[in-house]
Design a protein. Structure first.
Length: 277
């Protein structure tokens, strides 16, 4: 049961307009500087929350200005993690996930207006975390003489966000499906890297991300359940909702990070269902 006072709205220093400007920023530097400025004003309660007249459905991600976008099957594949090239390809892929996740958090703030204040607090916190994750991964990537944008990337996360323009599908698909899958994949990658020489720093970074991503998925779980609680005569079947956007999303023989998923809000029944696919 959610009993949270709604934000009072006025036009001055509009939160949603500022978030929109951060979303469309053409470079990481510009995006991060704008976010730092607005986040401080946000924490000082100096922004207002008048809903915008329109909410834009983006046709391309902002990172298209400095990244080459290709089909997900054509992105560079890491063949040998024991080589510097293999480690760099891995780090670039992680950096891309983190950069995309920044915009996913910000898009939630921009797109879902008239929400309780706690919603915006949560997703601004997530955006701040994702910026920090990106920066620490990109710094490690630069130690291999590469930077984010040097390799081709896909826009799968962006496409998923633009296919889920309502709260319940968005929270189901992005945090509770895609980011939750990351909890599984990250744990597997950490285990794999333990047998690879010279990966201590990468493992430490991935452990930080894994621990903090549990909280991000948990936030998505909270707002997924909030959305469901507000819908009358609506069956919030997580698996049906995800499959309605991406059919056959749940595959057999998949490693499930049970401990992390439980901490993130997945029920025993949901985990049991996942294990049965």
């Amino acid at each position: 049961m959610f009993i949270i006072p709604m934000i009072q709205f006025s036009m001055k220093n509009n939160f949603f307009n500022n978030i929109y400007n951060i979303l469309i920023a053409a470079t990481p530097k510009e995006k991060f500087e704008q976010f730092e400025t607005i986040y401080k004003i946000f924490l000082d309660n100096k922004l207002t929350f008048e809903p915008t007249k329109t909410i834009e459905v983006f046709t391309q991600p902002a990172f298209q200005s400095f990244c080459t976008i290709v089909d997900s099957k054509k992105v560079p594949q890491r063949k040998n993690l024991a080589t510097n090239e293999g480690k760099a390809i891995l780090l670039h892929a992680v950096a891309h996930i983190e950069y995309s996740a920044i915009d996913l958090a910000l898009d939630a703030c921009y797109r879902f207006q008239n929400m309780p204040k706690e919603f915006y607090i949560d997703w601004m916190e997530v955006a701040e975390d994702e910026i920090r994750h990106f920066n620490m991964i990109n710094q490690q990537l630069e130690s291999y003489d590469m930077k984010y944008g040097d390799l081709a990337v896909h826009q799968g996360l962006f496409d998923a966000s633009m296919k889920t323009l309502e709260l319940i599908p968005r929270m189901a698909l992005i945090p509770r499906y895609m980011e939750a899958n990351g909890l599984d994949a990250n744990a597997m990658m950490i285990q794999k890297l333990k047998s690879v020489p010279n990966t201590k720093e990468i493992i430490e970074l991935l452990n930080i991300i894994l621990e903090e991503e549990v909280d991000h998925v948990k936030k998505g779980d909270v707002w997924y359940k909030y959305g469901c609680s507000k819908k009358e005569n609506f069956s919030c079947d997580y698996f049906k909702i995800v499959n309605s956007v991406y059919p056959n999303s749940f595959k057999k023989n998949k490693h499930i990070n049970i401990e992390a998923r439980k901490a993130a809000g997945f029920s025993d029944k949901e985990i049991e269902t996942l294990l049965q696919f």
